[in-house]
Write a protein that binds this ligand. Sequence first.
Ligand code: PEP
Ligand code: MN
Length: 358
Amino acid sequence: MTENQLDQLRGQLDQVNLQLLHLLSERAQIVEEIGKIKEQQGVPKFDPVREQEMLNKLVANNPGPFNDATILQLFKDIFKASLSLQEEEHKKHLLVSRKNSPEDTVVQVKNTFIGGGSSVMVAGPCSVESYEQTREVAAAMKKAGVPVLRGGAFKPRTSPYDFQGLGVEGLKILKQVGDEFGLATISEIVTPADIETAAQYIDIIQIGARNMQNFELLKAAGDLRMPIVLKRGLAATLEEFLHAAEYIVSRGNNQVILIERGIRTYEKWTRNTLDISAVPILKQESHLPVLVDVTHSTGRKDILAPCARAALAAGADGIMVEVHPNPAVALSDAQQQLNIPQFFDFLDNVKGSGLFNG
Ligand code: PEP
Ligand code: MN
């Protein structure tokens, strides 16, 4: 073979590459069109039956010299790339996606801004147990400069024999104490029937981990025009988490705050496993504020501060932590709540890191 022939064949190969590129791009455009139709029809992008049909047709028409396995491998890669293209397109259509709206969502509650670069601390008891107990924590929060008080009134407990919360009475206590100290309040609501009532008493409605995919509750939260904090489900993927948030935002309520609260793994030395990687991924994928609940994710008082620092370093917009005047006698989560002096130490530690920008 002469140098001349080699150059000629290489020239032909370059031409074929360009033709292949052109055909691949043409194929990708058709794939995008199909993706749009599927999006409108709400049908899944991946259709294994159709994919198998296409592969069968290709093998049946394979002229060689590539063997069938190689042809299958090559086309499967093309199909995979096409599916990713459709999925990227789908993400752009999600209202919670940063692709759809690049600016950070900032949720205002009273005089506090959540998201958009400043850090927020949300603290308070696991459960509202009495006016006195809640007031004592609120007074400490006020002193510490913590703007948002949490406290559960409807408690989703593993056992039906455990304390279930004070219900609406608990919400009224939060309102009274919040008004007295000028604190914003957060409490979990577990059923759509209570959502309108709750809106009269508290500033932020929490949808807890166990209800992350309670779609009727998400829809009811989406019909409100007030901030909602949505906690990640115990075994939810980040995609499922964002789709749950999409339920709320798609009904016109864009004041949604996401909370990573740990997921179930085989690890026994923490209550859950704090998924730190969720923070930068959620911040990248979505414009919604992201908080980290260090209490429920770890279930251990001794590692709250390093976990809070890690969360902030990873880009979290704030921290949620449980505080009780006397954790030993708390009616829920007695093991994991900080007492008030411990909370002040925790706050000093977190602020001392220079990562808390609040
Ligand atoms: C809570 O914050 O009170 C709570 C029950 O948390 P989670 O839903 O994350 O378990
Ligand atoms: Mn708790």
